[in-house]
Design a protein around this ligand. Structure first.
Ligand SMILES: *Cc1c(COP(=O)(O)O)cnc(C)c1O
Length: 382
């Protein structure tokens, strides 16, 4: 089984199939009979139901790691991964361009456990190096940043961690395993919000932690105690979704790239952020590291464009936070993901009222491009 598409269909599936069922049945039971006292008990919170085990096998294959674990949400994956590595007195280093929930975890919850952090302002190993302290244990990052879609120096991050014997944890939600497998770059632990591309239909919440058997043993124990396990029904939904991961994400990559290049020259647009564009700051790095440029596009409308008129005219995209689903979603980060960021920091990142983030769905590419062009035309008509 070599390609991701083949693995997404066949990896982790029970062999032989249970009662001949082609698709994995849902084991809607909390506990299992335990006739052999020497065997480990099966219990739904221990993440060892047949639905969990099939999913773990598939996810380990897709992420190219030894082991994977599903969790109740992306935040459950992130908190379990961090708390399985960090102890009181430890310190972590991360860039400040992180998912808001992760930043809040660092600043509001981890200090209660005696864990401190330093946020660096640029995604460069020099900045990370300067922030490493004798008690630093973890370098934490995201493979594609929100909402400017920057790509940090991921190889530099792994090299630095090796030098200081730090554990690297990477949130690969925006890239998905279709576009990047961070374990192959040397990252120790990879986390995903499976609510996004892995689930892919905006109809479930889930998370994934993947890595070596050694790391995952600790993460499993932490998850078991924190209790953020995925319900068997949600396991089955995620399992079903993973089978179309490659087809979905490649189509989203292609539409996002077409949309980015079609809109880059429109008078209503000041700037388009997409790693496929030669104008993107990290285009070279994206070419070197990614198999696809991703389904997220950010538009900065021109100063003369009326952003309300733009939203009112768009007919296909839904105005909603989150990403990675089959429906195209549009948001203004200033009112959603970056609502709580200091206004001066936001301005420095170029995040204003005119900044619109697009999660490209699976609608027809030409239909979407035409819809965006019509909305931009309308935004200039006032
Ligand atoms: C959404 C998201 C999360 C949190 O995931 P939930 O499933 O909502 O808990 C973490 N990281 C990134 C990059 C995200 O986009």
């Amino acid at each position: 089984m070599s390609t991701l598409d083949t693995q997404s269909i066949h990896a982790g599936e029970p062999n032989p199939r249970i009662e001949g069922a082609v698709s994995m049945p849902v084991f809607q039971t909390a506990t299992y009979t335990h006739p052999d006292p020497d065997a480990p008990p099966r219990y739904v919170r221990y993440n060892n139901s047949p639905n969990h085990e099939a999913l773990h096998g598939k996810l380990a294959a897709l992420t190219q790691t030894e082991k994977a674990l599903v969790t109740a949400s992306g935040m459950a994956a992130i908190s379990s991964a961090l708390l399985s590595v960090l102890e009181a007195g430890d310190h972590l280093v991360a860039p400040h361009s992180l998912y808001g929930g992760t930043l809040a975890l660092f600043s509001d919850l981890l200090p209660q456990f005696g864990i401190t952090h330093t946020l660096v302002s640029t995604d460069s190993p020099d900045a990370w190096r300067a922030a490493v302290q004798p008690n630093t244990k973890v370098l934490y990052g995201e493979s594609i940043t929100n909402p400017c879609l920057g790509i940090p120096d991921l190889r530099g991050m792994v090299d630095l961690a090796e030098k200081h014997e730090l554990t690297t944890i990477l949130d690969n939600t925006f890239a998905s395993p279709v576009n990047l497998r961070p374990a192959s770059l040397g990252f120790d632990v990879v986390v995903h919000s499976a609510t996004k591309y892995l689930g892919g239909h905006s109809d479930l919440a889930a998370g994934v932690v993947a890595g070596s058997s050694e790391h995952l043993q600790d993460v499993r124990q932490t998850t078991k105690l924190l209790g953020g396990m995925l319900d068997p029904h949600a396991c089955a939904l995620l399992h079903r979704s993973l089978k179309t991961l490659g087809v979905r994400v490649r189509k989203q990559n292609a539409t996002a790239q077409a949309l980015a290049s079609a809109l880059a020259d429109h008078n209503g647009v000041g700037q388009v952020h997409h790693p496929s564009l030669a104008s993107h700051t990290n285009h070279g790095r994206a070419q070197a590291l990614l198999d696809g440029y991703g389904g997220m596009v950010s538009l900065v409308l021109a100063p003369q464009a009326d952003v309300n008129q733009f939203f009112d005219t768009l007919s296909l995209p839904l105005r909603a936070p989150s990403l990675g689903g089959v429906e195209t979603l549009v948001t203004q980060p200033i009112h959603t993901s970056h609502k709580d960021v200091d206004p001066a920091d936001r301005r420095a990142m170029g995040i204003t009222e005119q900044f619109v983030r697009v999660s490209v769905g699976l609608e027809g590419t030409d239909d979407l491009v035409a819809d965006f062009v019509a909305a931009l035309d309308a935004s200039l008509s006032g």
